[in-house]
Design a protein around this ligand. Structure first.
Ligand code: HEM
Ligand SMILES: [Cu+2]
Length: 557
């Protein structure tokens, strides 16, 4: 393993004059995709802390078997808000933010196809946040029916008020759906129409393929979720009976609406993370992405296959036997294109000259946790196992490995990797590594114990439990507090390096890709002259230049 210190790299690449460095623009209605990208990332990180705070209170409650810290209704409200905030206000927006920042640069475009639509979609996110948070102020408090909002639970309205936590929740989710559909239209159009000359489909970085695939899911799936939320809203407010069993509605129908989107939604989350892995591994192993075309096409395959598996969330909801078998088989099929990617990354790293800088550590840690979640995922796709562990902590353990292990770690990898590009400053490597180890140890300590707990039968969504479950719960809570603390070096690192970090060169990692050919931070219009692309991505070790007209600033290798 060789560590090439940043100081030995070309330092002459200073931000070009005219590069935007006025912080006030981050608080304004900007149509620059780079500003909007950072607005998304910073806003969603704020909500990550809010969702994390709820998680800390829950784990504080669960450190002892008794319900002694908060009462049960508060616990119910907290897991509902935690899940909702983490998904709709952190994971989706942070990944959209990264994609917003990177996709136009990576395909050689000056901006997104519809810059105003882009800004409008972003500004809905804080509104969604305000709607959700305001539910703490209405009588009865926030929704308590979990982020699934299954009827008949969600239809109950003990306070009798028209404006209640559940109604605010549904409005927030519907608005978030509208915002994401607007974003999806924009991404798909941008990738289809705005590529630089020579940027053929098979010259697009794997990250762009991943974003395209994820956003196609948004287009076909979100209308179902949004329609389901609006129909439920009607059931509650004006007394229609789509889902209300008391008036002849069908609650299981809601589950179909919900999971038809919410299963594929996990790929909206994980595909961009796969894309991040596919960028980070080649750079830090100094090798081309193994099987690039197969990795690219497997993203699109996942988009299709994942639309055929939603009933695996409903194995225990009166699903007939033949349907269970059908959806068990389709669910397992998703493992094929996913496994192909994992093999490709391992082959990329294999025998490479690994540089273990912070982005690489996070990507490796994320990959390890993802592989673990893949194994428990196959277990859950098997009907007999699922019937046994349905609604236990096993499920909670599985999805936190995906959503914390792979996704949060992958997002951190991306933030460190592109931080020099976005801010024109280098972050502090020591703090980055400290952050990694606290996160990796904390996440495993927090989420591994949930698997034995689930197998032993501890139900999820409970504020108290049988004392026989105490041991693993104490470990999980300690892990959670470690995770909470792990964000401190991160915040410190980001804030202090942005303000006073060392100036970053255009290409600190000697990476290959159009975004590394422009200054850090990139000028307003990204490229003075649009690049003419002449080669596929990931040409590590080859002398073929990526473009005909832009000289690689310092990618001499
Ligand atoms: C410090 C990190 C975290 C801790 C300690 C934590 C802990 C918890 C706990 C205790 C629950 C309740 C389980 C139950 O009663 O069923 C939960 C549920 C959940 N968490 Fe997390 N979590 C963390 C991070 C995340 C992240 C990053 C995400 C998503 C990006 C996430 C998504 C969810 C979801 C969707 C639920 C289900 C909520 C529901 O049942 O409606 N969590 N988490
Ligand atoms: Cu699923």
């Amino acid at each position: 393993m060789t560590n090439v210190p940043v100081e030995t790299l070309n330092e002459t690449q200073q931000p070009v004059p005219g590069a935007p460095n006025n912080w006030r623009r981050f608080f304004s209605f900007s149509t620059d995709h780079k500003v909007i990208g950072i607005q998304y990332i910073v806003t969603s990180f704020f909500f990550f802390l809010v969702g994390g705070l709820f998680a800390m209170i829950m784990r504080g409650e669960l450190i002892t078997p008794e319900a002694d810290l908060i009462d049960r209704t508060v616990y119910n409200a907290l897991f509902t808000m935690h899940g909702t905030v983490m998904l709709f206000l952190w994971t989706f927006p942070v990944l959209v933010g990264l994609a917003n920042y990177l996709v136009p640069l990576m395909i050689g475009a000056r901006d997104m196809a519809f810059p105003r639509l882009n800004a409008a979609a972003f500004w809905m996110v804080p509104v969604v946040g305000i709607l959700l948070m305001s539910s703490f102020l209405v009588p009865g408090g926030p929704s308590q029916s979990g982020w699934w909002a299954y009827p008949p639970n969600s239809i109950q309205n003990p306070t009798g008020n028209l404006i209640n936590g559940q109604v605010l929740w549904l409005l927030a989710v519907a608005l978030s759906g509208v915002s994401s559909i607007m974003g999806a239209v924009n991404f798909v159009t941008t990738i289809a129409r705005m590529r630089a000359p020579g940027m053929t489909l098979f010259r697009m970085p794997a990250f762009v393929w991943a974003v395209l695939s994820a956003q196609l899911i948004q287009l076909y799936g979100l209308p179902a979720l949004t329609a389901g939320a609006v129909m439920l809203l009607f059931d509650i407010t004006v007394g229609t009976s789509f889902f209300n069993p008391e008036t002849g509605g069908n609650p299981v129908l809601y589950q179909h609406f919900f999971w038809f989107y919410s299963h594929p939604a996990v790929y909206v989350i994980i595909l961009p993370v796969f894309g991040i892995f596919s960028e980070v591994f080649p750079t830090f192993a100094r090798k081309p992405l193994f099987g690039y075309r197969v990795v690219a096409v497997s993203s699109i395959l996942i988009t299709f296959v994942s639309s055929l598996v939603w009933v695996h969330h409903m194995f225990a909801s009166y699903t007939p036997g033949w349907m269970r078998i059908l959806f068990m088989v389709t669910s397992m099929c998703v493992a094929v294109p996913t496994g192909v990617k994992v093999f490709a990354w391992v082959a990329t790293i294999w025998g490479g000259k690994l540089r273990l800088d912070t982005p690489m550590l996070f990507a490796l840690g994320g990959l390890v946790m993802f592989v673990f979640s893949g194994i428990t995922g196959i277990m859950l796709a098997s009907v007999p196992v699922d019937i046994h562990v349905n609604n236990t902590y096993f499920v909670v353990g599985h999805f936190h490995y995906v959503i914390y292990g792979a996704t949060v770690l992958g997002v951190y990898a991306a933030i460190y990797y592109w931080f020099p590009k976005m801010t024109g400053k280098m972050y502090y490597e020591g703090l980055g590594k400290l952050h990694f180890w606290l996160t990796f140890i904390g996440a495993n300590l927090n989420f591994f114990p949930m698997h034995p707990l689930g197998l032993q039968g501890m139900p999820r969504r409970v504020a108290s439990y049988d004392p026989e479950f105490a041991f693993w719960n104490v470990l999980a809570s300690l892990g959670a507090f470690l995770l909470g603390m792990s964000t401190l070096p991160f915040i410190l690192n980001m804030v202090s390096s942005w303000i006073q970090g060392k100036p970053a060169p255009a290409n600190p990692w000697r990476a290959i890709g159009l975004e590394w050919l422009v200054a850090s931070p990139p000028p307003v219009e990204n490229f003075e002259e649009l690049p003419i692309v002449t080669a596929p991505p990931y040409g590590y070790g080859s002398n073929e230049p990526l473009t005909e007209n832009l000289s690689p600033s310092n990618a001499a290798n």
